[in-house]
Write a protein that binds this ligand. Sequence first.
Ligand code: NAD
Ligand code: TYD
Length: 349
Amino acid sequence: MNILITGGAGFIGSHVVRRFVNQYPDYTIVNFDLLTYAGNLENIKDIEGAPNYHFVKGDIQSEEDVTSALTKYDINGIIHLAAESHVDRSITDPLVFVKTNVLGTSNLLFCAKKYWGNDFEGKKFYHVSTDEVYGSLEMGGGFFTETTAYDPRSPYSASKASSDHMVMAFFHTYHFPVVMSNCSNNYGPNHFPEKLIPLMIHNIIQKKPLPVYGKGENVRDWLHVKDHARAIDTIFHKGKLGENYNVGGHNEWKNIDLVYLLCNIMDEKLGRKAGESAELITYVTDRAGHDLRYAIDASKIEKDLGWLPEYTFESGLAETVDWYLQNQEWLDHVTSGAYRAYYQQQYAM
Ligand code: NAD
Ligand code: TYD
C-alpha cells in the first residue's frame, strides 16, 4: 500500500510512522505534517533514511497540499492523526481547533474522495480520535463503549467529535471506506511536555513546581503509545469499514496518585531522598469545564480483533521516565524551541 500518515511528526503519529516503516517494508509511507509547534521531526530521526519513508510538509486544510501528496505517491490508504490536541490550548484558542480538526479533517475526506473517484476498492481512510468525545463519567460509574452517546465538553473534544461525525457521514452518504478509533490518554517517549506526564517528568528533573489542577481528583485511563500504535496497525488492517473501536488500557489513575507515583519513581532514579520531589506538588486553579473521569471499555477490539495492551503501567512508566532521562537533549530542544530548526537543516530546499 501507499499510505499517507497525517501528523506523523507528533507524539502518537511518530510512533505510528516508525511502526509502519519498520513492519511493512513493501509499503510506501508518506508522513504529511505541517510542523506546528507540536510537530518535531527529531521524533523520527532514526527512520528518515529508510527507503520506504517520505516526508511532506503540508497542511490538511489545503486542498492543493493534500491533493498534490495523494497524486505524487498514488495514495490508497490514509491514517489521519494530524490535529490540535491539547485541551488547555483549546480553551484559550478554540478557533484553531475548529480550523484544524473540523475543517482539516473535512478537507482531507473531500480530497481523498475526489482523488479516489468512485472506486473505493482497496482504499481505506482511518480516522484516529479520542475518548474525550464521549464526555465525562461519574467516579466509579461505568465505561465508555462504542455506542455511548457523544457529549463533548471542551472545545478540543467538540472539534474531534465534529470531525468524527464528518467521517461517519462520508461512510453513510458515499460508502466512503472509513474506519475509526477512539482512544484513551496515551503516554510514552516523545510526548510534548505540555501534557501531564511529560510536564511532570520535566519539572521534576528541573525541580520546578508540579501544577496539579483542582484537587487532583480527576481520573484518566492511561495507555502506552506503542500499544496504541499497534492497535492502529490492527484496526487499519483488520477493522470493519464503517465501524469505530474503543482503545484503552483498563488503567485508571487519579491525577494526584499518578503524580506521587512519578515523584517516587524519579526520586529513586535520580538518587534523591524519598519524598523530595513530592514537595514540588502545587495545587493550582482547576481547568475550566474539567472532565472528571474517562474510562474505556475496550472489549470490542479485544474480542473482534484480538488486540490487548502489552505494557503494564509500572513497566511502561518506568521505561518512559528512563527515556526522558536518557534523551535530555530532545527535551532541551523542545523546551528551548531548537527542535524547530531541525526541519530547516534536514529538508530546507
Ligand atoms: P500532537 O499534538 O502530538 O501531534 C499533532 C501533529 O499534527 C503534529 O505533528 C502537528 O504538526 C500536526 N498538525 C497539526 N495541524 C496540522 C495541519 N493543519 N496539517 C498537517 N499537520 C498538522 O498530537 P498527538 O497527541 O500525537 O495526537 C494525535 C492524534 O491522536 C490526534 O488526532 C488526537 O486527537 C488523537 N488522540 C490523542 C491522544 C493522546 O493522549 N495524545 C489520545 C487519543 C487520541
Ligand atoms: P492532559 O495531559 O492535558 O490530557 P487530557 O486533558 O486530554 O486528559 O491532562 C491529563 C490530566 O491532568 C487532566 O485531568 C488535566 C490534568 N493536568 C494537571 O493537573 N496539571 C497539568 O499541568 C496538566 C497539563 C494536566
